[in-house]
Design a protein around this ligand. Structure first.
Ligand code: GAL
Length: 965
């Protein structure tokens, strides 16, 4: 077949692209697509399909956060009063205090990784990519509707990097040590309603490290607020993993965990429905539980299912278990996607999915991407996984930690099998709780086939190591009896005590020379490579230059403990008993710049670079892993000015029978395909068109081509998708490259480019160069070996996204992407940040107006009440005067310019004093608001309230301090 249509790309400055555009929506790129810019990067049709809503009680809490970079240490308490109050609930000090001055903090929207905006610093940690991480604070004011009283309110943080302390309304509610697990917080007992606002404060210590790769900093995953009925389903409270019985019949055992915060004992009715992929109810069952107040109960129900369609890598069919509860106080619901599939690891035969042998063609992934660090939006996650699909990957190892919730949902939907991995190897209660969270949160995902309790632990060959793994594996099995446990070992395989004896599947990191020996000694133990390869490639570079920290992409560079892409797969492919492999890594990642150090800031291991642009490893693995379509790739590119006549080594990779290389229409050679090692040819360089033709049965089945590019004359913009959802969240990666006068990609162009964007937000830029120190946030980026990437995040509503890219000496490119109308996901309303007087001291009652300077003696915590707005007092018999005192919250502008104190409502007459001087008077008893003007530098406020006889008196609603006007 000829090379295919040449198509006019939207926004390519009117030039023709030398490429075939695959038109299938979100399908793998066509085999005949020429190598070059559009190799797997052509725009796709279709839109980002929203992720399933599993818990309808949750609303995103992404907006309205305030951020302060750096620590804030409050002065230690000195006086007895301060010390006394410091020890009390709700009285956190400093930035955790409810009334802390955050008026100068930056507004941020989550997900947020503050480290990704940092410059690179030579003295910073090499493994973390030379980015200072440090300490930061977040605050969010939250108004809860009075109608939410009595509901169970929960905050859910997808993860925080790294150690975090969380306060709600001045009380510590969580100390979290993992940068990867979710944090669920029961906010109910601390909640305030109506005008009594809530304050969430979070101190994040991102100096804490859990890994040896870039870990980011801050609230980098989604945060949700859930509001549930008083008797409701617990978070992670539905376990519904289908089982195939010995009788060959499927069932879904469903266990529902219910929690009650009701004040009375309650009966909860539970309805479980099984829905087919079209949403039709296939079967239902009911159960019931009695719950005592503040107690937990479980309901177990089993749904039989006849002949469900299997979930597989090729057709990842998902059903849904819908759980509905009904109890006094309201209903609750969960909708959990499930898949019917069987898994089996066999010691001789490897891995079976639905009793079909499947070789694990896997990659290890860290979670960051160019431009955004670890704060990867859902749509970008999907794009990254699509790039893995395009590579032929069918298995992913979550190295070395839990990924975002969306990641697992996407893997279920897209058809990947996963090794899910625990971070910290430690069975002590704190870490066991992290392991337990991992299994409970993920055990319904059909994609997960293996739990890994550790990666490369020096204690793997010790008695203690064995005892630790034994406990962790037992805990995993108690929570999930359907999946095996592994541990990724790098040695100690033959030590008298080693953990291979207590895992279900042996995991080899590297040590490929030990596969056979271990297998011979442990013939009943299934095994897989848990990690292999660790080869080095710089995308678009074809010669190693140690001085410039550049690695050739011809697949001849690897770490001493690893192997090239081809050699590593050769060892796995030829052994049936090795279930498969997991290449270190699918994408380059920030940090771990092995084998170099400064000024290199990112890794070289990826099959794709930091932006997801393909290296030669992409074609190598497509030839290894793709069976159903013919593929062929050829490296290097064919633009080598000055090298005319010099021999150039070619690497041709294909899954066909034979490959033929053609230069400018002349056949250079033809060979039988070596699908694993590829085929080598050497050709004297002559500009023109270089082609690799893959043949089967003598017929051409695929073709790859490079054309020599002339001088760059224009820029080009190529979006990953032609449309973007106008939901404020969708992200489309856009490739920037330079083209010559004939519209051909110029693979050697490194020019600086700059952008303007309308209708979307630029959330990050990159170019895949591990040595680049350019900002990943600025609207500019140099091309690196021909390519750069921008990530644009949609605005809301229907419209257009217009991007213009320019560079000195080149024609600019203009790209228009349709922004399609979409309802944004619901967000918790943003509460305008403000300062509120929350804590008052209230005097005993007096028959006559007291001296406004009156205050309780120091150390006296008893004779005056500690009170808040809303706690009115009375009716008083005879003594109708009370004095209220408070310290004014510090707000920089109010301190400098003065401001107003606004009482939403005072019941009774009142006189307001600031630092001893009257500033406002209310002469009526009737409840009414009052505004008092305060001078610059004001410190204390006192209010004498006189109650109307036999009536309650005091403050109701907020007492707000704000600048004037
Ligand atoms: C492994 C380790 C990975 C990464 C890799 C680099 O030993 O598990 O996290 O460091 O080496 O080759």
């Amino acid at each position: 077949m000829p090379l295919g249509r040449r198509a006019l790309l939207t926004g390519t400055a009117g030039t023709l692209a030398a490429a075939t555009l695959p038109m299938r929506a979100l399908a793998a790129p066509r085999a005949t697509e020429p190598n070059g810019l559009l190799h797997g990067l052509a725009p796709r049709d279709g839109l980002f399909e929203r992720l399933p809503v599993e818990d309808p009680s949750r609303t995103l809490l992404a907006r309205g956060w305030l951020f302060h970079e750096g620590d804030i240490t409050p002065p230690a308490p000195v006086t007895h009063d301060d010390t006394y109050s410091n020890a009390k609930a709700g009285n956190a000090r400093g930035a955790a205090a409810m009334d802390h001055d955050d008026s100068d903090w930056a507004e941020v929207t989550l997900p947020h990784d503050w480290a990704s905006a940092q410059g690179f610093v030579e003295t910073a940690n090499v493994a973390q990519g030379y980015r200072p991480r440090g300490i930061g604070w977040y605050r969010r004011t939250l108004r809860l509707d009075p109608a939410d009283r009595g509901k169970r309110l929960e905050l859910h943080f997808g993860a925080i990097a790294t150690a975090a302390t969380i306060w709600i309304n001045g009380s510590i509610v969580a100390r979290n040590f993992s940068g990867y697990n979710a944090i669920d917080i029961d906010l109910t007992p601390f909640a305030r309603f109506g005008d009594e606002l809530n304050v969430i404060s979070i101190r994040v210590d991102a100096n804490a490290m859990e890994g040896w790769w870039y870990e980011g900093a801050g609230l980098y995953r989604h945060v949700w607020l859930s509001k549930r009925s008083p008797v409701s389903i617990a978070t992670d409270g539905v376990h519904c993993d289908p089982r195939l019985g010995g009788d060959g019949r499927w069932s879904v055992p469903v266990t529902v965990t219910l929690d009650s915060i009701a004040r009375e004992a309650a009966t909860a009715n539970v309805l479980v429905d099984l829905l087919d992929p079209a949403g039709k109810v296939l079967g239902s069952a009911r159960g019931q539980a009695e719950l005592q107040p503040l107690a937990r109960a479980e309901v177990a129900i089993t749904l039989p299912v006849d002949n469900p369609v299997r979930w597989s890598i090729e057709t990842p069919t998902l059903y849904t278990v819908r759980v509905t509860t009904d109890a006094p106080g309201g209903a609750d619901e969960r909708r959990i996607p499930i898949g019917f599939r069987t898994i089996r690891f066999d010691a001789e035969q490897g891995f079976f999915l639905n009793d079909r042998h499947v070789k694990l063609k896997g990659v290890c992934l860290h979670q960051d991407h160019a431009g955004v660090g670890v704060a990867v939006p859902d749509a970008l996650l999907e794009w990254r996984l699509q790039r893995m699909k395009d590579t032929g990957v069918n298995a992913i190892r979550c190295s070395h930690n839990a990924q975002a919730e969306a990641f697992y949902q996407l893997c279920d939907r897209m058809g990947f099998v996963l090794m899910d991995e625990n971070r910290i190897f430690n069975p002590a209660p704190e870490n066991m709780a992290q392991l337990e969270w991992l299994v409970r949160a993920h055990r319904n995902h059909p994609s997960i086939i293996l739990w890994s309790v550790f990666n490369e632990e020096p204690m793997q060959g010790t008695e203690a190591g064995v005892e630790m793994v034994r406990r962790m594996a037992a805990h995993v099995h108690a929570l999930d009896d359907s999946r095996p446990v592994t541990a990724a070992m790098n040695g100690s395989f033959y030590d008298p005590q080693n953990v291979s004896s207590v895992v279900d599947v042996m995991g080899f990191n590297y040590y490929q020379g030990d596969y056979d020996k271990f297998h011979a000694l442990n013939p009943a133990k299934p095994s897989t490579s848990s990690e292999d390869t660790s080869a080095f490639m710089t995308r678009g570079a074809y010669a190693t230059d140690q001085e410039r920290h550049v690695m050739s992409s011809m697949d001849d560079e690897a770490a001493p403990w690893g192997a090239t892409h081809r050699k590593a797969w050769a060892e796995i492919a030829k052994r049936r008993f090795v279930a498969g492999g997991f290449v270190w890594t699918g994408f380059d990642y920030h940090g771990e710049p092995t084998p170099f150090t400064w000024p290199t800031i990112a890794s070289f291991f990826g099959i794709l670079d930091l932006c997801g642009f393909p290296k030669t490893a992409y074609d190598i693995h497509r030839a290894h892993w793709i069976d159903d379509t013919a593929v062929v790739g050829i490296a290097p590119h064919w633009t080598w000015p000055g090298k005319e006549g010099q021999p150039i080594a070619l690497l041709v990779t294909s899954n066909a029978e034979r490959v033929r290389v053609v230069l400018n229409g002349r056949v250079i050679g033809e060979q039988a395909v070596d699908r694993i090692m590829g085929n080598s040819f050497t050709v004297p360089y002559a500009p023109g068109r270089l082609e690799a033709i893959a043949l089967k049965g003598g017929r051409e089945v695929a073709r790859a081509a490079h054309e020599t590019a002339g001088l760059a004359v224009a820029l080009r913009l190529t979006p990953a998708r032609r449309q973007i959802l106008g939901d404020g969240e969708d992200v489309v990666p856009v490739t920037i490259d330079a083209i010559d006068a004939k519209g051909r990609h110029v693979p050697i162009e490194n020019r600086a480019t700059r952008f303007t964007i309308d209708g979307a937000t630029l959330i990050g830029v990159g170019n895949g160069d591990p040595n680049s120190h350019e900002s990943e946030k600025a609207p500019q980026r140099s091309l690196f070996n021909g390519l750069a990437q921008m990530l644009v995040q949609a605005g809301e509503g229907r419209g257009k996204v217009t991007i213009v890219a320019s560079a000195d000496g080149l024609r600019p490119a203009r790209l228009v992407i349709d922004r399609v109308a979409a309802t944004p996901r619901a967000q918790v309303a943003v509460t305008p940040p403000g300062a509120f007087i929350l804590n008052w001291r209230r005097s005993p009652s007096f028959a006559t107006a007291p001296d406004p300077a009156l205050m309780p003696p120091t150390n006296d915590n008893n004779s005056w009440d500690f009170t808040r707005s809303g706690n009115t007092t009375g009716p008083e018999a005879g003594a109708s005067f009370r004095l209220y005192r408070a310290t004014l919250p510090v707000r920089r502008r109010v301190v400098e310019e003065g401001g107003n104190v606004t009482f939403a409502r005072i019941d009774g007459r009142a006189r307001v004093f600031v630092d001893g001087k009257v500033v406002a008077t209310k002469t009526d008893f009737a409840a009414a608001p009052l505004v008092a003007s305060i001078p610059p530098g004001a410190k204390t406020i006192a209010v004498i309230v006189e109650a109307q006889p036999n009536t309650r008196s005091g403050f109701n609603g907020t007492v707000r301090v704000a600048p004037k006007g």
